[in-house]
Design a protein around this ligand. Sequence first.
Ligand code: PEP
Ligand code: MN
Length: 342
Amino acid sequence: MIVLMHAEASDEQVDVVVGRITSRGLEALRLPGGDHVAIGVASAIRPEERPELESALRALPGVAHVAHVSRPYKLASREFHAASSVVEVAGAAFGGPGCVVIAGPCAVESYPQILASAQAVRSAGASLLRGGAFKPRTSPYSFQGLQLEGLEMMKAAGAEAGIGTVTEVIDAHDVETVCAYVDMLQIGARNMQNFPLLIAAGRSGHPVLLKRGPGATLDEFLFAAEYVLSQGSSRVVLCERGVHPLDRTYMRNTLDLNAVPILKDISHLPVIVDPSHGIGQARYVPAMALAAVAAGADGLIVEVHPNPSEALSDGSQSLTPAAFADLMQRLPAVAQAVGRGA
Ligand code: PEP
Ligand code: MN
């Protein structure tokens, strides 16, 4: 069970709710929100006790809403928030009627490269520009990103091309800095369970694109989202990007499209799909991008590079601007076929 307080509820009113819960021998969990405080009942409530407790709590001053939430992640669950959430970022609405496309290179490499990417993806119809300035690489000898300089290029390119920006943050201490440069933070697959990072991102209030770890169950994924939400943020977008594959000969990961309808059923958060990391080869990316939209994804994040053969990271899975424009032309028919505006 979860109790959502009105935005203007006083600390005393919160204390009364907590007291009412603990007086029954149940554990109360304070979930400090940006605007609203929520109080979760952490212990199991006997079914016969539930209706009475619910009406007692509902009657207390300052209480806005009481919901039954049987899932352990409360704020991320659809039981808590029945309506699908819409997360707005720089004019794009994830979870709205349209399909939001984020596109751009794996990494920011130079100003001409990120500007050309921004212009190409924007003119093809993408809503947001992606590009990593801090790159989490398997090898310490691989390109690690341009870091602060990359953030500056990202911001300037987004402004020049007139498109919002998304970039990855890999260290909790960098969250504030990264927020100053981009419209949305990405938390990458490798950091899905970096709890201090999730907390710092949640506290920032900035929209968060949270990628699923390659070995994470859907419950673990939603617990990670819960970390962000529990800090008062309500702007989390989930991203399926592929799980460890059975066959590494042909694919980098296995894009788990099962996750899309399941996550949308058990959570109210928008769900997007990354077909680039999901399959790992540019020529297969469009098919999986279209499949993701057919499965009900609220959007896509696609790697696009002006010259993939010269990319410093993930060139082999990056679309050329022409291939991306072609994909964007084909998306509306699939979106409309599954009842979604283009
Ligand atoms: C990326 O988006 O470039 C990236 C590193 O993704 P992931 O965290 O999904 O591997
Ligand atoms: Mn990449």
